[in-house]
Design a protein around this ligand. Sequence first.
Ligand code: GLV
Ligand code: GLV
Length: 322
Amino acid sequence: MKIFITRKIPKQGLDLLLKQGYKIEINKYNRALTKNEIINGLKNKDGLLCLLTDNIDKDIIESESKLKMIANYAVGYDNIDIEAATEKRIPVSNTPDVLTDTTAEMAWALLLSVSRRIVEGDQYTRSGKFGGWDPMLMLGQDISNKTLGILGTGRIGASFALKSKGFKMNILYFDEKINGKLEKELNAKKVGKSELIKKSDFISIHLPLNKSTFHFIGLKELKNMKNNAILINTSRGAIINEEALAKALKENWIFGAGLDVYENEPVLNSKLLVLNNIIIQPHSASATFKTRSNMAIIAAKNMIEGLNGKIPTNCVNKQIFK
Ligand code: GLV
Ligand code: GLV
């Protein structure tokens, strides 16, 4: 079996594939590939191991008739045309669970950093402006006993919620499903979107990107947030309308925002970049040594299962096996 890998991933995953006797071809550049480069790389390959930065569309999926398995090195799979893969009965897998706590921890890192203006404070101090303790210097927001609103309480959203325990927060959540664990352990309350937006001091987004969540947060939602509200996004950039967010932050409708993901990655909105009340990260919420290795192992295991005709453990289009 031959596998095309669109970017170098940690060795632990590559070793598993090599141990199977598979031939692997890896993108030799240190950058994302273009559509044509992916199509060329995929020639004569049985498996495709790809990243969230690859737009795996219908043309790519249909370009190689031998293709039998697509393993995405990410939990989100909005980068893959699942319908086109399903039509060709090609299983697609993702890498859930191993990055749940790691991603939730980044959401907390952003929440704490925006609340207490950590990046701004570091730059201020480093630049020599610190002239001694000052009653009015770098005032931020308290976290304990405040209201935390969570949009999406799947694995990552729930892990994020549970990590609030030490801060004794009032938890509101928006999701299709009732989360019994959060209700029992945190006394969390399931509410509608507009109630969550109006009442929360912190709003953290943990939704998948799809047609119903595109621009889920726009001008109207930002207008309805509290003046001291802090918005955190570690899911997918296009869930927030960035133009609207830039306006809201510039005009201080809310206190601040922490983003790990962007609407047009890797292109950044220049209106956001000039603001002080936002902290931005380079889509690195799952970026720990351990988690990135585990993601490579999971992607490789799914690839092996799929190429052996088994249902991959983390298959996202299981309907093809029915
Ligand atoms: C990262 O954004 C992922 O989906 O794994
Ligand atoms: C999303 O995929 C999650 O794990 O919450």
